[in-house]
Ligand binder design. Structure first.
Ligand SMILES: [Zn+2]
Length: 328
């Protein structure tokens, strides 16, 4: 074969080979670049603060109850690390602090609590932890409702009024504003971000609330009556036009006497209450017994811990769905 013919062929295949090589090289470079970028990306939020870039300061916040975690996360986003003292699904009224709680409080820059006597165990704990964190009482100075008037042992009642204000979305919005204000003072570089995040979350709460008010309209007016496990829902009831007719456990940890249970069964029947509500952090047996006696349904409500994977709004949506399901 003449070399003149073979040469262009060889040249062509050399070119093709070269092209293939550079193509592979370029591909390799892209893969390398992506891999490098990935390793250079900021560490995930759960990474230890030692690996956090110095310019991305993270505020360490501690909250008393799991339900406040999502409020602080909504406002703080990436700038704030937040954990709850009371673990998910634990009754905060009777909570016994653990040694790890003192550690978390000692490391915190800000501690968000509800106040109004809900976290009676916390003051001593903060003092003994040697924490210099700023303590923000989210419910401070807000208009409260007094505890159920039938409370037989008023000395066990919340002296400052019922503390569960956050179950009224209007008060939750106030909590969000206070969180943004406090974080902005502690971390002034993030103040504008906190304000913007707060306004966005407040708009979401308002959107939820408009939906919730529509949902409640599906309940016949004569059925808009609430019997709950513990006295956590007076603000929720008032906000949505429900009448709180009874509470199973009038003060934390105190089970009703057989006589009181009989009175409650009678009340449920007389008032024509179609369902009663328990809460996942409490033993359901008492509510189930009561429901069987009264011939009504039992559903769940959430007060201190949102259901798994849900934030404050998701928890409230679940509450409204269950109330409508039980009473409509
Ligand atoms: Zn409570």
């Amino acid at each position: 074969m003449p070399s003149g013919v073979q040469r262009p062929m060889a040249w062509g295949s050399w070119m093709a080979e070269r092209f293939r090589c550079s193509y592979l090289l370029a591909l390799f470079a892209v893969v390398l670049l992506v891999a490098c970028n990935r390793t250079a990306a900021p560490p995930p939020r759960e990474a230890s603060p030692a690996t956090t870039p110095a310019d991305a300061k993270q505020v360490r916040a501690v909250v008393s109850l799991p339900v406040f975690v999502s409020l602080v996360e909504a406002v703080g986003a990436d700038r704030v690390q937040v954990s709850s003292i009371v673990p998910a699904g634990t009754d905060p009224h009777t909570y016994q602090p653990a040694p790890r709680d003192a550690q978390a409080l000692a490391e915190a820059e800000v501690i968000f609590v509800n106040g109004l006597g809900l976290e009676g165990w916390l003051d001593d704990l903060i003092a003994s932890a040697g924490s210099s964190a700023r303590v923000v009482e989210l419910a401070e100075g807000l208009q409260t409702i007094q505890d159920a008037p039938s409370t037989p042992e008023p000395e066990h009642a919340h002296e400052a009024g019922n503390p569960h204000l956050w179950l009224d979305p209007g008060y939750a919005i106030e909590y969000v504003r206070r969180i943004a204000q406090a974080l902005g003072e502690i971390d002034p570089d993030g103040a504008a971000t906190y304000r913007a995040n707060a306004e966005r979350y407040i708009a979401e709460i308002e959107e939820f609330d408009a939906w919730a008010k529509e949902q409640v309209q599906r309940i016949p007016p004569e059925h808009r009556k609430l019997v709950t496990f513990h006295d956590a829902f007076p603000y929720f009831a008032e906000h949505y036009g429900l009448e709180l007719v009874g509470v199973i456990v009038l003060s934390p940890g105190r089970e009703p006497s057989p006589q009181e249970l009989a009175q409650l069964v009678d009340l449920i029947r007389r008032q024509g209450v179609p369902a009663i509500f328990t809460e996942p952090q409490f033993n359901p047996k008492l509510a189930e017994t009561l429901a069987r006696e009264a011939g009504v349904e039992v559903l769940e409500l959430y007060s201190d811990t949102p259901p798994a994977g849900e934030d404050y709004i998701g928890m409230m949506r679940r509450n409204v769905e269950h109330v409508v399901e039980g009473l409509a």
